[in-house]
Design a protein around this ligand. Structure first.
Ligand code: AKG
Ligand code: FE2
Length: 337
């Protein structure tokens, strides 16, 4: 029994993939990607001593793109390499060993290995699958960590993830401050509205095995992240795509950069000033792609809505106020928000 893992069913006769992975034509990356052009989303130098400039750049990129790359962020490349090494090693373990960390089927939490996320229906009632397996671990704050879902093998999994979380913490503090100042708020406002020190960092590992028909399948389907903000490092295999003016483009890979996605909760809190970004991932014929997004999320019972400071008569609230848990439930079950 057990849940089918893509990495288990992926090896099939040369050049074919099971039907459940074949996307309808309006989604197939072979047809819908603008080929031969890589999208240059803004690249922002986090070490720039001119804070006013940094505030403007972050605000502009968050409003007009919803996706950008941060360089010179002070997370040592060694910490990123270690995070990537232990995650890669975990996915290379024998299947039975990985299943010891499987997300329990009856669990409401995302945590664990192999989680299925969206109910993906297209072409009537046919369920389509993404060419990807996952691992989810909460890595911050220390009080919310469930070590039962943290692999014991490789032995340095825990140390590498804890180290990364500590470095990430500094980036998050700075980014939230810049995002607040960029809309004329006090520096602490977005952090406070996001749950303050209870803000959760949920690490996901996306493992995309080689796919014989990358023109027909998708890794993660088109979506916006439910998070407040997502901070991601991929390996060096191309795969992230962003939608711009209704068309799909590959996003340039920059070694060691942090890819920032504005998520739905930030769009809501900013009352639409910052935009969550529509994105998806493609897969590769020969290579395994892996990515490590960290979703910054409020606790499930935390209430999120447009900040009162950003709402007035000319700018009435554009979004409903509700708990994050309710938002996630509606989105995963495709209930209109
Ligand atoms: O793999 C990537 O680069 C992006 C993955 C993603 O969008 C997600 O997991 O939400
Ligand atoms: Fe995403």
């Amino acid at each position: 029994m057990g849940v089918e893992r893509v990495e288990v069913i992926a090896p099939k006769p040369q050049g074919t993939i099971p039907d459940e992975f074949i996307r309808s034509e309006n989604e197939q990356p072979g047809i819908t990607t603008v080929h031969g052009k890589v999208l240059e989303v803004p690249t922002i130098d986090f070490s720039d001593p001119d804070e006013q400039k940094l505030i403007r750049q972050i605000a502009e990129a968050s409003s007009n793109w919803g996706m950008y790359q941060i360089v010179n962020h002070d997370i040592p490349s060694e910490a990123i390499r270690n995070l990537q090494a232990v995650g890669t090693e975990f996915f290379e373990l024998p299947q039975e060993e990985k299943e010891a960390y499987a997300k329990p089927l009856d669990s409401d939490s995302m945590e664990g290995y192999g989680t299925k996320l969206f109910k993906e229906f297209s072409d009537g009632n046919v369920t389509k699958k993404g060419w990807v397996d996952h691992m989810f671990n909460k890595i911050w704050p220390p009080s919310v960590i469930n070590y039962q879902f943290w692999p014991k093998n490789p032995p340095s999994y825990r140390e590498a993830n804890e180290e990364y979380a500590k470095h990430m913490h500094k980036v998050v503090e700075k980014l939230f401050r810049l995002l607040s100042l960029g809309l004329g708020l006090e520096g602490q406002e977005f952090k406070k509205a996001s749950g303050g020190d209870d803000l959760i960092y949920l690490l996901k590992i996306n493992y995309y095995p080689p796919c014989p028909r990358p023109d027909l399948a998708l890794g993660v389907v088109a979506h916006t992240d439910m998070s407040i903000v997502t901070i991601l490092v991929p390996n060096d295999v191309q795969g992230l795509q962003a939608s711009r003016d209704g068309r799909w483009y590959d996003v340039r890979y920059i070694p060691n950069a942090l890819v920032i996605h504005i998520g739905d909760q930030m769009e809501i809190m900013s009352n639409g000033k910052y935009k969550s970004v529509l994105h998806r991932t493609t897969v590769n014929k020969e290579k395994t792609r892996i990515s490590w997004p960290v979703f910054l999320e409020p606790p499930a019972d935390h209430v999120i809505g447009p900040l009162p400071q950003l709402v007035n008569q000319e700018n009435p609230p554009k979004y409903k106020t509700k708990t994050y848990g309710e938002y996630v439930y509606c989105k995963l079950n495709k209930i209109p928000q």
